[in-house]
Ligand binder design. Structure first.
Ligand code: FPP
Length: 261
């Protein structure tokens, strides 16, 4: 059961891999399209809950490069239409909820009518100061890193910088997400234990929460449950608990390392 969140330990950035639209439809003997349509409905519930709890950054994996390349054209076209409809129907609600919309990914490769609607929605919500909703569209983590390295290499050539002076902040500056903090919490729906090429650089220390719930059934309350679970975790960023000592594994007999030996 959901209890209240600790206001002192709210995440700054929640990212979500929205998965399971097809399975949701399949379970009901419906076409996959209807799963995506229900999935688009679920998006707005979650966005408004994020706004109500004052979450500064919410990033949703809405359309991957792989989706674009590997799904049937009819499904890709449907997803593009759904995105346009989602934006047209929800910009007013985003404004009512002080939500600003942005995008990451190779968006220049999306159809022109989609890009126009995206630009319109970004412009219409530009002045909002609450949650920034970022949709990852035509996004892939490796292609983001490739684009970042291209940008950085061009800069290095232009400015004649020494390679030894390049550090992680230089790579970070060239990511699509340079303007936002790394996610504190990554949620994945539909039970798969995979990252699927999402925010590969950014999730180095992100807490991961996987739920079996399929995306079209996911609501704000389920995001709050995930955040509640996150608040019970201790983040160590590669360090140790305060005061804890490491076990002296080297001196333990084998039967204490592997049962049955
Ligand atoms: C995975 O379901 C979901 C996607 C392809 C991306 C998410 C898309 C939406 C939520 C709909 C549109 C979004 C917006 C922002 C309007 P799947 O088809 O991979 O499901 P399956 O693994 O069960 O087949």
């Amino acid at each position: 059961m959901y209890r209240r969140l600790d206001a002192e330990r709210l995440p700054h950035h929640v990212a979500i891999i929205m998965d399971g639209n097809g399975r949701w439809a399949g379970k009901r003997s419906l076409k996959r399209f209807l799963g995506h349509q229900q999935g688009a409905e679920a998006v707005q519930y979650v966005v408004e809950t994020a706004s109500r709890i004052g979450l500064p950054w919410l990033t949703l994996y809405a359309f991957s490069l792989e989706n674009n390349l590997k799904r049937p054209r009819a499904e890709v076209n449907f997803l593009m239409r759904l995105l346009r409809t989602y934006l047209s129907n929800n910009v007013q609600r985003m404004n009512d909820n002080n939500v600003r919309i942005r995008y990451v990914g190779r968006t220049a490769e999306l159809p022109e009518e989609v890009r126009e609607r995206m630009a319109w929605a970004a412009e219409a919500t530009r002045g909002n100061t609450g949650t920034t909703l970022t949709l990852a569209l035509n996004y892939g983590g490796r292609s983001e890193l490739t684009d970042a390295f291209r940008g950085l290499c061009a800069e290095v050539q232009r400015e004649g910088r020494r390679l030894d002076d390049i550090d992680e902040t230089d790579i970070h500056r060239h990511l699509y997400t340079a303007h936002m903090p790394d996610p504190d919490l990554l949620i994945r729906t539909s039970g798969e234990m995979r990252i699927s090429n999402f925010l590969l650089w950014q999730i180095a220390y992100t807490e991961i929460f996987v739920t079996n719930r399929l995306w079209p059934d996911f609501r704000g309350i389920h995001m709050l449950e995930a955040i509640e679970d996150y608040q019970r975790r201790e983040r160590r960023y590669g360090g140790l608990n305060d005061g804890s000592e490491s076990d002296d594994v080297e001196s333990l007999p084998a039967n204490q390392l592997v049962a049955g030996r």
